[in-house]
Design a binder for this molecule. Structure first.
Ligand code: UDP
Ligand code: MG
Length: 323
């Protein structure tokens, strides 16, 4: 047997998109927290194509801190893939996923680690309140998770984001899920494992603005739904049946009115309204089917999930580091 290195107890995975002003503080707070848990920890930042100088700060940190690793994407691939890349290289027995904007307080990690030590494989950080987020975001997020709960069979916990601690087993299981459109919180729920949560107040963003634009949020919501539910497809089928049935009744009535009552129903307005209605329903249905087809398409193409421009990674990931 070769001499064995101490196991990495804790990995902290942080996606970074335009977070330059707080990178120092983030690193300091994460380091303090990690050291309070174990000396065998690693911190992994994934720079997701930031447009500011985040990379420069990250690079500086990587030169002075041996516990610090990073991956620099060749462009912006999105939050979910940044986290995925981090999980791909994390070696920890326990892995924490945390946002890089300090909205998720690093100081909560010891409490999460405590629960992990008690034997839970997944420890969610559940928001008591979300400060500084727009009414629109709160309302749409709430609606989305309620709807998702209704139409999927898996139980995605409410009011939790991606801030969580997961056991190595969960990380390994996630790697077996090859889908291109990641929806990690749903995937982790789908996997099962024993889970619990700790409560926290979500802070405001310290600087800058959310990297989740409206269209990224829409895409994320669509990924969440299409990866876990066929209900939208069943719904449009039922809607189609229902509309066909109603129009059949109307045809019967029109025949009756024409041949028996000798009154022909006139009406340009009803004609236009009904054809517009049907047109709308058809377009929505095609859109829904299209969303599923696009998912299939992406998975068939089977492209790499992300492209690494450069990185500092532990020895065992040399291959990835050289890409
Ligand atoms: N993020 C990322 N890529 C993106 C958008 C965001 O890596 O394309 C990171 C961002 O730096 C942050 C985390 O993902 O660490 C959450 O993003 P954000 O704070 O913008 O989302 P919100 O908190 O508004 O949901
Ligand atoms: Mg945020």
């Amino acid at each position: 047997m070769t001499e064995s290195k101490p196991l990495t107890q804790l990995s902290i995975v942080v996606p970074i998109y335009n977070e330059e002003p707080i990178i120092e503080e983030l690193h300091q707070r994460l380091t303090a927290v990690a050291q309070s848990i174990t000396p065998n920890y690693e911190i992994i930042f994934i720079n997701d194509g930031s447009k500011d100088n985040s990379l420069l700060s990250i690079h500086r940190l990587s030169e002075v801190d041996e516990h610090f690793f990073y991956i620099n994407f060749s462009r912006n691939f999105g939050h979910q893939l940044a986290v995925t890349a981090g999980l791909d290289v994390a070696r920890g027995e326990a892995v924490v996923i945390i946002d890089g904007d300090l909205q998720d307080p690093p100081e909560l990690i010891p409490e999460m680690y405590q629960k992990y030590k008690e034997g839970y494989d997944v420890v969610y950080a559940k928001r008591k309140q979300r400060k500084g987020e727009s009414m629109f975001k709160k309302v749409t997020a709430k609606m989305f998770y309620r709807i998702l709960q209704k139409i999927t069979n898996i139980n995605i916990p409410l009011d939790v984001g991606d801030f969580r601690l997961i056991d190595k087993k969960v990380v390994e299981a996630l790697k077996l899920m090859p889908e291109q459109n990641k929806f990690l919180r749903g995937q982790i729920a789908w996997l099962g494992f024993s889970s619990t949560h700790v409560l926290f107040d979500r802070d405001e963003r310290k600087h800058g603005k959310t990297g989740y634009t409206f269209s990224k949020m829409m895409q994320f919501a669509m990924d969440g739904i299409t990866s876990f539910s066929d209900k939208p497809l069943q719904f449009v089928t039922k809607l189609g049946l229902f509309i066909s049935f109603v129009s059949f009744l109307i045809i019967l009535y029109a025949c009756y009115a024409h041949f028996i009552l000798h009154e022909t129903i006139t009406g340009w307005t009803s004609l236009i309204i009904s054809s517009m209605f049907i047109g709308g329903v058809q377009l929505i249905s095609i859109g829904i089917i299209g969303a599923y087809i696009s998912r299939i398409n992406k998975n068939v193409q089977n492209r790499p999930l992300y492209i690494v421009e450069k990185s500092k990674l532990p020895q065992e990931y040399k291959e990835l580091a050289n890409t």
